[in-house]
Ligand binder design. Structure first.
Ligand code: GLY
Length: 368
C-alpha cells in the first residue's frame, strides 16, 4: 500500500492507495472511529460492485454499517438528493465524531462531502473513490458541493475528509471510456507541474491503461502527491490551486455546449482543454511550437481526443464556446482567466487574452 499525506495542520489526512483496499477497509477505518459504527452512502452503479465488500470488511472489524443507495449520475448532485442524504444521516443519529463514508465516484464524493459539511455544522467523512477521476482529483482537497440551476458546483463547502482510500481494484470494473476520461486528469498533473512525470506517462500510459496495476498505483500516487502539495500551499484557491484548472476553462464551456450530457465526459473535456491551452500558449509565444505537438502526440498514442471535432455528435461553434467561457465561475470583472504554460510542467495563470486568438484556436480545433 502507498501513502500520500495531505498536510493541513489539524485537518491533515492520508490518501491510501492499494489493490483490494475496499475488502480491507474495516482495518483501515476501525482505528479512526470513536464508536464502532459507520454510515455509508453510495450509488446504484457502485453498490452491486463494492458495497458488499465494504460492509463485510466493516463487520469483520467489529463495526456496524448502515447504508443508503442513491441513483447514479450527475443529476444526483442536486438539492433533492442533498436533502435526502442529510435527512438520512440525521435519521441515523450521526454525531459529530461519527464517520460518514462516501463510496463512489466524483458525484457521490461531492454530494456526501457537502452533506457531511452541513450536518451538525460538520461531521467527519471518509472518501472511498471508485473512479480514476475521483481517485486522482475530486476526492482530494476538500471541495464538496452540488449543481444548481445557475451552474455546476455553485453551492458547496470546503470540507476535508479524514482519510481517502483509493482502491485500484475498483478500477477493474470501470468502463474503458471512464478510465480514459480519468486519465485526462492524470496527464494534467504532468502538464501543469511535472515534466518528469509527463515523460514517465509518455513511456507508461499505454501499459497502465491496459491494466498494469503497479503502473496504475504509481500514476495515482504521483498525481495525488502533486495535488496534495498544491492544496497544502493554497487550500482555498486564492492562488496556486487555480493551476489545477489547466484545460478546465475550455472544458467547462464544452460541457455546457453539450448540455452536460454523455457526449462529453469531464476528463475528455479536460484532455481537449489541455491541448487547446498549449495551442494558445504557443500562439502567444509563451512556449515553443514543438510543445503543443508533443502534448498532442501523447494523447494520439493512447487514442484520447485532442480536438473538439473528435467529440461524437458535437453541435456548436467557436462563438458559442467563447461566450460560455466568459460565463465561467472563475471569470472576475468580465475577464476570463486561462491557465497556460511556458513549457510542459510550467503552468501559469493568464488573463486578457485577445478574443480573436481564442476564436482562431477554437475554430482550428473544430475543423481538425
Ligand atoms: N479539481 C480542482 C481542485 O480540486 O481544485
Amino acid at each position: 500500500m502507498q501513502k500520500v499525506k495531505v498536510g493541513l495542520e489539524k485537518h491533515s489526512y492520508d490518501i491510501l492507495i492499494g489493490h483490494g483496499l475496499i475488502k480491507n477497509s474495516g482495518q483501515i477505518i476501525a482505528p479512526l472511529l470513536s464508536k464502532n459504527r459507520v454510515v455509508v452512502i453510495t450509488d446504484q452503479n457502485v453498490a452491486p460492485l463494492h458495497l458488499h465488500y465494504f460492509e463485510s470488511s466493516m463487520k469483520s472489524a467489529g463495526v456496524s454499517v448502515s447504508s443508503l443507495v442513491v441513483p447514479g449520475g450527475e443529476s444526483t448532485k442536486s438539492w433533492k438528493y442533498l436533502i435526502r442524504v442529510v435527512e438520512w444521516i440525521l435519521e441515523q443519529k450521526v454525531e459529530r465524531n461519527d464517520l460518514v463514508v462516501a463510496l463512489g465516484g466524483g458525484v457521490i464524493g461531492d454530494l456526501v462531502g457537502f452533506a457531511a459539511a452541513t450536518v451538525r455544522r460538520g461531521v467527519q467523512f471518509a472518501q472511498i473513490p471508485t473512479s480514476l477521476l475521483a481517485q486522482v482529483d475530486s476526492s482530494i482537497g476538500g471541495k464538496t458541493g452540488i449543481n444548481v440551476s445557475f451552474g455546476k458546483n455553485l453551492v458547496g463547502a470546503f470540507h476535508q475528509p479524514v482519510v481517502v482510500i483509493a482502491d485500484t481494484e475498483a478500477l477493474d470494473t470501470l468502463p474503458h471510456r471512464d478510465f480514459l476520461s480519468g486519465y485526462g486528469e492524470v496527464a494534467k498533473y504532468g502538464l501543469l507541474g511535472d515534466e518528469k512525470f509527463f515523460r514517465w506517462l509518455e513511456e507508461n500510459a499505454a501499459s497502465l491503461i491496459d491494466g498494469n496495476v503497479e503502473l496504475r498505483m504509481e500514476a495515482i500516487k504521483r498525481s495525488c502527491q502533486i495535488k496534495a502539495q498544491i492544496v497544502e500551499n493554497d487550500e482555498r484557491e486564492y492562488g496556486e490551486r487555480a493551476l489545477l484548472n489547466l484545460g478546465h476553462t475550455f472544458c467547462h464551456a464544452l460541457e455546457a455546449v453539450t448540455n452536460f450530457s454523455d457526449i462529453l465526459l469531464h476528463g475528455e473535456g479536460v484532455s481537449i482543454g489541455c491541448n487547446l491551452a498549449f495551442e494558445v500558449s504557443s500562439r502567444l509565444g509563451l512556449c515553443p511550437q514543438e510543445v503543443p505537438s508533443r502534448v498532442r502526440e501523447h494523447y494520439h498514442s493512447i487514442n484520447v481526443a485532442t480536438d473538439i471535432s473528435q467529440i461524437n455528435g458535437f453541435v456548436g461553434n467557436a462563438d458559442q464556446i467563447y461566450d460560455l467561457m466568459a460565463q465561467d465561475k472563475k471569470v472576475v470583472n468580465g475577464v476570463i482567466r486561462f491557465i497556460l504554460a511556458s513549457d510542459i510542467g510550467k503552468a501559469m495563470v493568464h488573463e486578457n487574452i485577445d478574443k480573436a486568438l481564442i476564436l482562431e484556436v477554437l475554430q482550428q480545433s473544430l475543423e481538425r
